[in-house]
Design a protein around this ligand. Structure first.
Ligand code: UTP
Length: 408
């Protein structure tokens, strides 16, 4: 794309300012900026005009979960089915590690955060350690796909290599990059990160399957006969990955997706809850939960929207392939975005100063026909690290790890 074409494209989207430093750039930098303008999908900015529609939900009703009391008598059976599927190579895992982890306040990938107290214990290490439990019981490696972004790819890949994959089989690990999206101020003007670079951020965790496809990894999935993909977040250090019990239940229930859920500690807890939306599986975000829904009870007198998702889903690959061309909603998320001030100096804001545009994995659930909501024991499987201190933090996760016998 030449300068004129870039200018035309920017004008079309009211973003001419991204070329304001063009004359100050050297030839290489000019080309970098033109290439970025060519690649960038400015249409994400349209979501700003559409905020109300994005938030609109259909008719929401409760989705019953498979609770611990129902799982217990089936435990052995499900585990046998799950282990068999893992042994046959039908189950892969996808680690979503493309996020920026801004709340944790470190520039490094979240997974390299050291949560040890008397020894080194990295977040990635905890996850691999949890996977190794299953590898040992199944006596089979689980293919692991790790999603990164432009911002943290090299640091992530190098970290795994430096630590010898924490004992995992490196031949069973694939890294792939997700797509990026421009980040803007509150008026939809894209920030500049440098004079030759628009501010971008990873485009959310909802594009993981498309990004796998773009990176040629569906060939690996097909060649290996992987039928199920267990997608999980980087920050829950207690979670079970490719958990045979969960895998077996999802297979036996013959659904297109399974979601691990925990019982909420109180009706106001900030967790997305499982539900039906217009009769199809869906998730209501905590901020979408009305007072009426929050207080609604089921026939047993329990809260009707009582089970929250923990970002651990088991998707059927064939179902994902069926829905992969569908467009997911874009969520406009307020975040801290580094930018250049009026004099061209870089600024790292302390408070949110604009929007990122993200697709979310939870929106994939609504595209599928059937879903098993599967309860897990919260104290054993849910220790998310979002913040340094307080709720869902390094501190709270440490406490939970120790309660589960992990030496820190
Ligand atoms: P979060 O929304 O908690 O992560 O994503 P974040 O964006 O990294 O954190 P903050 O809000 O800036 O503090 C949940 C999971 O989804 C992944 C994250 O890495 C985490 O595992 N994720 C998020 C991606 O892989 N890509 C994204 O674009 C966003």
């Amino acid at each position: 794309m030449n300068y004129q074409e870039a200018l035309n494209k920017c004008k079309e989207w009211n973003q001419e300012h991204v070329l304001q430093y063009y004359e100050e750039l050297n030839e290489k930098e000019k080309q970098e900026l033109l290439a970025q303008i060519e690649e960038t999908d400015f249409s994400v900015l349209n979501s700003l005009k559409n905020l109300e529609n994005i938030a609109k939900k259909g008719v929401v009703s409760p989705l019953p979960s498979m609770q611990l009391s129902e799982i217990e008598p089936m435990k052995e059976h499900y585990e046998t089915v799950g282990l068999e599927a893992i042994r046959q190579g039908k189950v892969g895992a996808v680690l979503l590690a493309g996020g920026m982890g801004t709340r944790l306040g470190s520039d490094a990938p979240k997974g390299v955060y050291n949560i040890g107290l008397t020894r080194d214990l990295y977040i990635f290490e905890c996850l691999i350690h949890n996977m190794m439990d299953v590898v040992k019981s199944a006596d089979a490696w689980i293919p692991l796909f790790v999603m990164t972004s432009d911002k943290n790819h090299d640091a992530t890949v190098n970290f795994f290599a430096e630590h010898d994959y924490f004992g995992y089989n490196s031949e069973k690990v694939w890294f792939f990059k997700q797509e990026m999206a421009p980040a803007s101020d509150y008026n939809g003007k894209i920030y500049m990160e440098a004079k030759n670079k628009m501010s971008t951020s990873p485009n959310g965790n909802g594009g993981w399957f498309i990004s796998m496809a773009r990176n040629g990894l569906l060939d690996v999935v097909h060649k290996r006969g992987i039928e199920w993909l267990n997608v999980f977040a980087v920050d829950n250090v207690l979670q079970k990955i490719a958990d045979p019990l969960f895998v077996g239940a999802v297979i036996e229930k013959n659904v297109e997706v399974g979601e691990k859920v925990v019982r909420k500690v109180n009706p106001d807890e900030k967790l997305g809850v499982v539900c039906l939306e217009d009769g199809r599986p869906s998730i209501v975000e905590y901020y979408e939960l009305t007072d009426k829904m929050r207080d609604e009870r089921d026939e047993n007198g329990d809260y009707a929207y009582n089970f929250g998702v923990i970002l651990n889903y088991l998707f059927s690959v064939s179902a994902l392939e069926r829905i992969m061309s569908r467009k997911l909603a874009l969520h406009v998320v307020e975040k801290k975005i580094p930018y250049l001030d009026k004099s061209g100096n870089p600024v790292k804001p302390e408070e949110p100063n604009g929007y990122k545009y993200e697709q979310l994995v939870l929106d994939m659930i609504h595209e599928l026909d059937s879903c098993l909501s599967f309860e897990v024991v919260r104290e054993h499987e849910f220790a998310p690290i979002k913040n340094k201190t307080g709720v869902d933090s390094v501190e709270s996760a440490r406490e939970l790890l120790q309660k589960n016998g992990v030496a820190l």
